[in-house]
Design a binder for this molecule. Structure first.
Ligand code: PBE
Length: 299
């Protein structure tokens, strides 16, 4: 009788092991009890080094005790390529994400809850000018001061670019299709005669859209010869602070680019928000049903 029970015990534990094994093969969909960390090799798919989101994610890893996780450097395009690959195979992936971004239209994604508010509340994208711009280029300055739009507006440009249109053509299409809105930005401004103007931006999809729209308006409506230089985030802030660049429309404040603002703010003219209610954080595909909060990455 006693022997029999032991046999049964061995058998039941064997069955348990088998069941657990079977469950972990469900890892791809986030089901079963394999931790999300194991499923993704404790990797967060990041974006460009130096970007606000990389700094905030490093902080999130401290705030949420994710010391065994690694934040992988990439770029905005590299991140979406990895997301696309994982998504097509329904594989688990944890990414740094921000909106507005076309990825939220193309894929079913969810932001992970951030109860410690490491990524802050929804924030704004600001237009920043070099000191002296108002005096040197009053027409461009006034337009930039008025420039503001919504994430839906920006989404139209981003999706056209994503569908293969050049950023210049997508921006031109948007401006030509939104005459009344553009007119508000330039009402009463006397076009100049070919003055040079320099914008710079980082190759984030959101800023590719906004910078090209602004450049097109400066060129086509206000008589400037404007160029848009694509740079890394550090040089973008430094360039406008030291006056090499006239303006940027890519400052995510007050949280994401806080360190750059702290460093250069006194040498800059903040023209205020060109978009409100923008957001960033960590996100996963919605098929990872059991993962809803950054805290869920701890197990
Ligand atoms: N982003 C897109 C940038 C700002 C815009 C969220 C990747 C960043 O993290 O700095």
């Amino acid at each position: 009788m006693i022997k029999m029970t032991k046999k049964w015990m061995v058998l039941t534990s064997l069955i348990t092991v088998l069941i657990l094994g079977a469950c972990s093969s469900n890892a791809a969909t986030g089901e079963g009890n394999s931790s999300v960390g194991k499923q993704v090799n404790y990797r967060i798919t990041g974006t460009d080094p130096g970007s606000g989101l990389m700094r905030l994610t490093a902080k999130a890893m401290e705030d949420y005790h994710l010391s065994n996780w690694t934040l992988m450097e990439s770029s905005a395009a590299g991140m979406t390529a990895q997301l696309d690959k994982a998504y097509k195979n329904e594989e688990p992936i944890v990414i740094v994400a921000w909106s507005p971004h076309w990825m939220f239209n193309t894929y079913d994604l969810k932001y992970l809850e951030d109860p410690k508010l490491t990524y802050g509340e929804p924030e704004e994208i600001h237009t920043i000018a070099r000191l002296g711009l108002k005096k040197d280029h009053p027409v461009a300055y006034e337009f930039l001061d008025r420039f503001n739009w919504t994430s839906d507006d920006m989404g139209e440009v981003m999706i056209d670019i994503q569908n293969g249109m050049s950023p210049e053509a997508a921006a031109a299409k948007w401006v030509d299709g939104h005459e009344a809105q553009v007119q508000e930005w330039i009402e009463g401004l006397e076009p100049v005669n070919g003055d040079h103007f320099t914008l710079s931006y980082v190759a984030w999809d959101s800023e590719l859209a906004s910078t090209n729209v602004v450049r097109y308006v400066l060129d086509e409506k206000l008589g400037y010869k404007a160029e848009a230089l694509q740079v890394e985030i550090g040089p973008m802030w430094l360039g406008v602070a030291n006056g090499d660049v006239d303006a940027i429309v890519a400052a995510w404040l007050p949280v994401t680019h806080m360190d750059y603002w702290d460093k250069y703010g006194e040498q800059l003219d903040d023209l205020g928000a060109n978009m409100i209610d923008v957001k960033s954080g960590l996100a996963v595909p919605t098929y990872m049903e059991d993962v809803n909060s950054i805290e869920d990455l701890q197990s």
